[in-house]
Design a protein around this ligand. Structure first.
Ligand SMILES: Cc1ncc(COP(=O)(O)O)c(C=O)c1O
Length: 367
């Protein structure tokens, strides 16, 4: 085998995002066993920081082994019983994944569809939920395939009014913008480590409200996915620390260190830095005559979706950016294939000079 030298990239895509050096250093530290008290101490640091980032006082806050999709699957398999009605608000690729998973778990899935890139108003949610009266309502907070940000209360208010639990996909929002789980009435939320938390992929932060945990305790049949069964996982994380699975120690170190960096910066300062970088991105786009897909007021600040201008070749531009500048951005897919660039401005890259660097390089490669 040849010498292992991964290329150096600037990760301006939707994720994975740029990882600070100290996180890589943490991953290189010697591992301990998965039942070592040192590891459980790290879990507690992680839980405290995640609580702050999620904006919750929930006891149940953990980082699952697995990527964001594991959090999605855990949320559905633990809280939606086969045959129960699951209402999904769908206007992008990741809500479609929720629908697919819900069906695989035997839920009675009902969907309110809108074109990709749109979001839902309280009036639309109320009409749909009053008609369907689901056990659980699910939506994507920050839809990575479109760059649209859903106002959580527009869905959680009407959902609670009909007695439904709410699931929010916060895979792209956690760590970059406020989620305010408690204030927004989100019962179940899941995320990932490779976007707003600036860590490598591999873990899925999750939280669940006391009402959700009560439903979990009332289950008579166990969660059909043994690996993601919160009843069993709680024994490992919070209870006797009994062996459940061999936790990925190096990924836990990385998350611990990534969160330590965020806490040192300050959560509100970090959110403001991302918001500023986003505003600067919007200003620079306007200056260059480029438009964004999502209207102002409902844009995901750390994931900008820039319309590909007439006459510009999307795949060629992205390929040139990667090979000539070492910069990764993503294209659109589904109905947005060839129509948008998806540009993540997050973590260490969320600064004005980095936004300028991105635009200067993009404009050169679009020529
Ligand atoms: C909104 C959203 N949900 C879920 C996922 C799935 O996460 P993962 O790829 O980490 O499994 C992603 C991934 O990009 C996402 O953007």
């Amino acid at each position: 085998m040849s010498v292992f030298t991964p290329p150096s990239r600037l990760l301006f895509g939707p994720g994975p995002s740029q990882v600070p050096e100290r996180v890589y250093q943490a991953m290189a530290q010697p591992i301990v066993g998965h039942l070592d008290p040192f590891l459980f101490e790290q879990f507690e640091h992680i839980r405290a920081a995640l609580r702050e980032l999620f904006g919750t006082k929930n006891q149940f806050v953990h980082a699952l082994s697995g990527t964001g999709s594991a959090g999605m699957e855990a949320s559905l398999s633990n809280f939606v019983l086969p045959g129960q009605k699951l209402a999904v608000f769908s206007a992008g690729y990741f809500s479609e994944r929720i629908i697919d998973m819900g069906k695989r778990h035997g839920a009675n899935v009902v969907v309110l569809n809108k074109p990709w890139g749109e979001t839902f108003t309280e009036a639309e949610a109320t009409e749909f939920l009053n008609k369907e009266k689901p056990a659980v309502a699910a939506f994507v907070h920050a839809e990575t395939s479109t760059g649209a940000l859903q106002e959580p209360k527009a869905i959680t208010g009407p959902a609670h009014a009909v007695g439904a639990l709410t699931i929010a996909d916060c895979v792209t929002s956690l760590g970059a913008l406020p989620i305010n789980v408690d204030e927004n009435g989100i019962d179940i939320a899941y995320s990932c480590t490779q976007k707003g938390l600036s860590c490598p992929p591999g873990m899925s932060p999750v939280t669940a409200s006391p009402a959700a945990i009560e439903r979990l305790r009332a289950r008579t049949a166990p969660c059909p996915i043994w690996y993601l069964d919160y009843g069993l996982l709680l024994e490992y994380y919070e209870g006797s620390h009994r062996y459940h699975h061999t936790a990925p120690v190096s990924s836990i170190y990385a998350l611990r260190e990534g969160l330590a960096a965020i806490m040192e910066e300050g959560v509100n300062k970090r959110f403001a830095r991302h918001q500023n970088a986003h505003q600067y991105f919007v200003k620079r786009a306007a200056k260059e005559g480029l438009s964004l897909l999502v209207p102002e007021g409902r844009r995901v600040p750390n994931l900008n979706t820039l319309c590909v201008p007439e006459g510009v070749d999307d795949p060629k531009t992205r390929k040139r950016l990667l090979t000539e500048k070492g910069i990764e951005i993503a294209g659109g897919f589904g109905p947005l294939a060839g129509k948008i660039f998806r540009i993540g401005v997050m973590g260490p890259l969320a600064t004005e000079p980095n936004v300028d660097l991105l635009f200067d390089s993009l404009l050169e490669c679009m020529k």
